[in-house]
Ligand binder design. Structure first.
Ligand code: ADP
Ligand code: ASP
Ligand code: MG
Length: 424
């Protein structure tokens, strides 16, 4: 008997009808003779709506209470899903993250899973039940409080369950047919990939492709879990996310140069103007930013003006961290000796990702040419071994993605299908 972990995202359980449809699918897997453990997200845009509600009550909600609030979303969907399955004559039992033994650190809103103790899940499986677990949430032993894993975290719940229960497969069901060469909501000609290496998937997820939670990809890599990302709206094969180093010998597959193009509109740019151009200035700036826990991404330092001996340093941070980074820097203006701070939240980032970029030449030249032909100005550039990112104006990043997608011959023959969701 196989053990299959299935994760259903919010758009797959958006209303009662969808919940019944998903329940049917789970029962089919069970009827085929498998043990089934399900991780489920909150219905539709519930998490966003709960966040909106919290922000109506207070601009800065207390992190502990916010986690209490947000974890309620998954409680609703897990119970409804278990009910639906039971009404179809199959035993099903729902568990909160805490009941399922999802032990995390204490960081509200971005907790990391430190241990999984799925005792109750094992018991339920042994008794023949289908197990439904609330995604995105955990429990910290020291504070004895409920935590959440960060937006998109139900994917990570599923992977952690698959690893701890030694599942045969971890299927991530969503509203598109798999991992595409770009976000199909933005690039209509994006095509589905049959397979992608976990390293490329990690870079895409880190660069804004929200089809998989980055921590889920990391966790899967660390624990050797193979992921199958597929649609809950049809039975098509999706995308296998695999680790080439774990492939059986001789099974190596030819890699394409480019896996995909990711877009990220969640960052803002901070420019520290008129920084004295001498050793230690950058160290001071980034030490202060690091002290706020803001996650710095792209960094650019201009050539200093000979006349003044001063330079500008720009970097990007998540918009959510912008305010605190600015406040901390402003407080250190005299100590660092810069002239002014600028904040720009109208930026977009495009990233081109591909494993074979390591050895291929001319990739950046082709990228810059495509952007030039599309009339798009590049404001910042950063690279890693298998990724090139450029920062542009926010309102041109979608056009940039389409241009780059075409230039790298990634366009498919047909338009990509998006089955559900609001893209929120
Ligand atoms: P779920 O609610 O199932 O977790 P998400 O909304 O988190 O679904 O993720 C699926 C969405 O990710 C798709 O609807 C799509 O718009 C977006 N997306 C972004 N980049 C990609 C990509 N490269 N391939 C597929 N989907 C992508
Ligand atoms: N419901 C959570 C969110 O919207 C977790 C998830 O869907 O993965 O971020
Ligand atoms: Mg998701």
């Amino acid at each position: 008997m196989s053990l299959i972990v299935q994760k259903f995202g919010g758009s797959s359980v958006a209303d009662a009808e969808s919940i019944k449809r998903v329940a049917k699918r789970i029962v089919e897997t069970r009827k085929a003779g498998n043990d089934v453990v399900v991780a489920v997200s909150a219905m539709g845009d519930t998490t966003d709506e709960l966040l909106d509600l919290a922000n109506e009550v207070t601009p800065i909600p207390a992190p502990r209470e916010l986690d209490m609030l947000l974890s309620a979303g998954e409680r609703i969907s897990m119970a409804l899903l278990a009910m639906a399955i039971k009404s179809m004559g199959h035993e099903a039992r729902s568990f909160t993250g805490s009941q399922a033994g999802m032990i995390t650190d204490a960081q509200h809103g971005a907790a990391r899973i430190v241990d999984v103790t799925p005792v109750r899940l094992r018991e339920a499986l042994d008794e023949g039940a289908i197990v439904i677990v609330a995604g995105f949430q955990g429990f910290n032993r020291d504070t004895r409080d409920i935590t959440t894993l960060g937006r998109g975290g139900s994917d990570t719940t599923a992977v952690a369950l698959a690893a701890s229960l030694d599942a045969d497969v971890c299927e991530i069901y969503t509203d598109v047919d798999g991992v595409f060469t770009s976000d199909p909501r933005v690039v209509k000609k994006a095509h589905k990939l049959d397979r992608i290496t976990s390293e490329e998937m990690l870079e895409l997820a880190a660069s804004g492709a929200k089809v998989l939670h980055i921590r889920a990809v990391e966790y899967a890599r660390r624990h050797g879990v193979t992921l199958h990302v597929r649609s809950s709206f049809n039975n098509n094969e999706g995308t296998i996310v695999y680790d080439p180093s774990r492939l059986p010998e001789g099974a190596a597959v030819e890699e394409s140069v480019i896996a995909g193009v990711a877009i990220d509109l969640s960052e803002a740019k901070i420019t520290v103007v008129g920084v004295p151009d001498k050793p230690g200035a950058a160290a001071k700036i980034f030490k202060i930013v690091a002290g706020t826990n803001a996650n710095v991404d792209v960094i650019v330092q201009n050539v200093s003006a000979a006349a003044t001996g001063r330079t500008d340093i720009s970097f990007t941070v998540p918009k959510a961290d912008g305010e605190k980074a600015l406040t901390a820097l402003a407080g250190a203006q005299d100590a660092i000796g810069f002239e002014a701070l600028q904040y720009d939240d109208q930026i977009g980032k495009l990233s081109l990702v591909g494993n074979a970029m390591r050895s291929a030449t001319g990739v950046s030249a082709k990228l810059f040419e495509a952007l030039y032909q599309a009339g798009i100005n590049i404001e910042m550039i950063s690279t890693s071994e298998i990724r090139i990112s450029v920062v542009t104006r926010a309102d041109s990043v979608h056009a940039a993605a389409r241009a780059v997608h075409t230039a790298f011959d990634l366009d498919g023959d047909d338009d990509a299908v998006v089955h559900g969701g609001t893209g929120r």
